[in-house]
Design a protein around this ligand. Structure first.
Ligand code: AMP
Ligand code: GLY
Length: 420
């Protein structure tokens, strides 16, 4: 038996801890720093790599990293140096997410489909460029910005303002020292996540996120307001295209470039005219996509994460998924992704139903009560025999949970219904 340390504090980490704790090989699951829903919380923040390593050593832990920040800091390299087992990509491999420019150039040289782009560090040259082109653009800060450094522009004027925000006002600090100006592609977006070892990639179930804060995909981008799995947008033939042209190509190209990728490889996909292209890579599970995906896993997640670290994925039996659909509705604090109140007591969490699991994200526990502690607070995740029934189960469950400034989108999953 082994102990597991899950690094992170969001809904994704609660879902990973929940699933890993069901493994027959796992004794105890610790989460650092965790949230109001996770058990065995260890008060070490995700960037304190030496402290995390000392804890993992002392407690005989296999470590699973949830968020991108510690991966970009090199947590995997550090643990490897100390012979500690850890699941995730090295710092070099994490550049697929930590530098959008690195990722775009990697895709270009390896012929992985992605939107046309230019790179700038000089605002004047960037202004000139957007004035000289006629197609709509998306402007992206190079570095990590917790999903906030991407500005979708409807006009040249908006593009000029976006350049100003990132390159001149430095709203995202050094993450905005360079920008990408990318062709805007208007299509249908979905998430495709694969589990990779040095040799093979195993597709996880497909999913679709809902990034904007308001219904019908309006308002600013967020970390994600809800997700469901599987998504009919990625049918078998689309899955095959993505798997071959994007996932396997990325994995083999990384290996050829001497930077083998081990971990969850998440491709944010835009599908236009039946062709998928990559909007972004993430080097970890999606949040909230992880919540509905883990609800549907009919396999021992620990076996596969450990197998990936040991390069043994090809010798493990095929994975299987619950046939049901899972929908995760994120309950957020009103005001998110801008400012919002914290410390509001959450009521109704004790009402359980069989189809639903409530994953915690921005919550904390005080004297056996749960309080809000972040923008995205809970991920109410339900199974159903159809997408409609999973949506209905998830929304019924959300109605039982309350706090004064609770907010959620009312249309999570609706985008998938048109494909019936
Ligand atoms: P990213 O972090 O690069 O995935 O960007 C965040 C969000 O911005 C994506 O999920 C898309 O909704 C949108 N986006 C990014 N790149 C593009 C693009 N080239 N065309 C249209 N939308 C985009
Ligand atoms: N849900 C989008 C992400 O995890 O980046």
């Amino acid at each position: 038996m082994v102990n597991v340390l899950v690094v992170g504090s969001g809904g994704r980490e609660h879902a990973l801890s929940w699933k890993l704790s069901q493994s027959s090989h796992v004794d105890k699951v610790y989460t650092a720093p965790g949230n109001g829903g996770t058990e065995n919380n260890i008060p070490i923040s995700v960037d304190k790599i030496d402290e995390l390593a000392a804890f993992a050593l002392e407690n005989n832990c296999f470590t699973v990293v949830g968020p991108e920040a510690p991966l970009a800091l090199g947590i995997v390299d550090k643990f490897n140096e100390k012979n500690l087992q850890i699941f995730g990509p090295t710092k070099n491999a994490a550049q697929l997410e930590s530098s959008k420019i690195w990722a775009k150039q990697f895709m270009k040289r390896n012929e992985i489909p992605t939107a046309e782009f230019e790179v700038f560090d000089d605002p004047k040259q960037a202004y000139e460029y957007v004035k000289s082109i006629s197609h709509p653009v998306v402007i992206k800060a190079d570095g990590l910005t917790a999903g906030k450094g991407v500005i979708i522009c409807d006009s040249t004027q908006e593009a000029l303002v976006a350049i100003d925000i990132i390159l001149v006002k430095k709203t995202f600090g050094d993450a905005g020292n360079k920008i990408i100006i990318e062709e805007r592609i208007d299509g249908i977006e979905a998430s495709y996540i694969a589990l990779c070892d040095v040799n093979i990639t195993i597709p996880m179930a497909s999913s679709q996120d809902h990034k904007r804060i308001y219904d019908n995909d309006r308002g600013p981008n967020t970390g994600g307001m809800g997700a469901y799995s599987p998504t009919p947008i990625i049918n078998d033939s689309m899955a095959e295209k993505i798997q071959k042209r994007i996932i396997e190509k990325t994995s083999s190209s990384m290996k050829n470039e001497g930077i083998p990728f081990i971990g969850f490889l998440y491709a944010g996909i835009m599908i236009k005219n039946g062709e998928p292209c990559v909007l972004e890579f993430n080097v970890r599970m999606g949040d909230p996509e992880c919540q509905p995906i883990t609800m549907r896993m009919d396999f021992d997640l620990y076996d596969y994460l450990f197998g990936a670290v040991e390069g043994r994925l090809s010798s493990l039996p095929p994975i299987s998924w619950k046939k049901q659909t899972a929908v995760c509705v994120v309950l957020a604090s009103k005001g998110y992704p801008k400012s919002y109140l914290k410390n509001e007591e959450i009521k109704g969490l004790d009402q359980k139903d069989e189809a639903t699991f409530v994953f915690h994200a921005g919550t904390k526990k005080k004297n056996n009560s749960i309080f809000t502690n972040g923008g995205r607070v809970l991920g109410v995740t339900s199974l159903g025999n159809t997408l409609e029934s999973a949506i209905s189960n998830a929304y019924s469950a959300t109605e039982k949970i309350s706090w004064p400034n609770k907010y959620c989108r009312t249309d999570i999953g609706k985008k998938g219904l048109v494909y019936r």
